[in-house]
Design a protein around this ligand. Sequence first.
Ligand code: PMP
Length: 378
Amino acid sequence: MLYFDQTATTKPNQEVLDVYMQTSNKCWYNASSNYVLGTKSKQLFDKASILALNSLGVTNKKVVFTSGATEANNLAIYGICNKYLGTKKRIITTKIEHPSVMSCFEDLASKGFEVIYLNVDHNGLIDLNELNSAINSDTVFVSIMWVNNIIGVIEPIKEIIEIVKKYPRTKLHIDAVQGFSKLKNDFSFDDVDLITISAHKIHGLKGTGALFINKNLDLVAPLKGATQQEGLKPGTIDVAGAVSCAKAMQLATIDINKKYQYVLMLHTYLKNKLSINPNIVINTPDNNYSPYIFNFSMPKVKSETIIHTFEQFEIYASSGSACSAKLAKPEKTIYAISNDANRALSAIRISLCEEHTTSDIDKLVEAIDKITILTKEK
Ligand code: PMP
């Protein structure tokens, strides 16, 4: 079996599972209880918070553990924007965000916010001049993903920070789900107001993730309840979830460069093999990309057909975000970079990891070649 869908989710690391089980078995007490058992749970939770903050490498943040990146993105966006409901303020994002960001912006547009969706070029990059022109003193929020989850393009966060910095009222959020622990950041996370990560993308458990928030920033809690996690995630604290999330973050940050170089070699190997196939269009750009993601289209064949044919070879990949995979629509990012519905309806995302080998890539290419022949015969 060859699993090429690491961008959708990853297999939990055994150490992460062990720490989850140990915490659940030994320290399952309510971290808000005032007796010693509760205090023990709270201490474990506090330790997990410190580990998560250190693993990200931030000095000016607090962390809220969430059920994943979708919840973290919602918390960041509504946490800031709900302060300005009814004021028609401007908020900015891009045309290629994950649905968990995009749908919040669409909802806020319907509530009266002036939403600017930045265009991307044929490589998926935003235009910094467009951001420069769009941002003004009425802009309260900017959300831009670090690495796009469909084609792997890396957005210029360092330059974005410089632009947003000129407007002290504007808060900057980055969805770092596909960048954290895969790439070395060429910017400081301390310079970003809010950062989202998801643990199940880095060998943590489904249902775990986090939002990192500048310590001096007050958010309006979308969920109402008690005061756990500063009231931003009310409800009994999932101590084992937090401990496992922090563990996954810690493990994922070991040997980032070594893993990156190896995966880059695999990515280049795959790209070289596929670029000689005239039926294939490569969607991942040649520069500013994460090697963990490789996206191509076979414009004459529907993504669904390719995915199901892959299955016959026990190869698993996807057409895009699993969160919108059931929609038979042109893939949004591919359409935004190409304006070509056929290309967007036939896109396949191959997610690579450090456990793959060149022989896995050979098998994948063999399957793609067979699909090319089969579809020609029809
Ligand atoms: N943002 C990005 C960039 C993603 O790739 C994903 C997962 N596809 C999410 C957000 C949502 O993550 P989660 O499944 O943890 O809610």
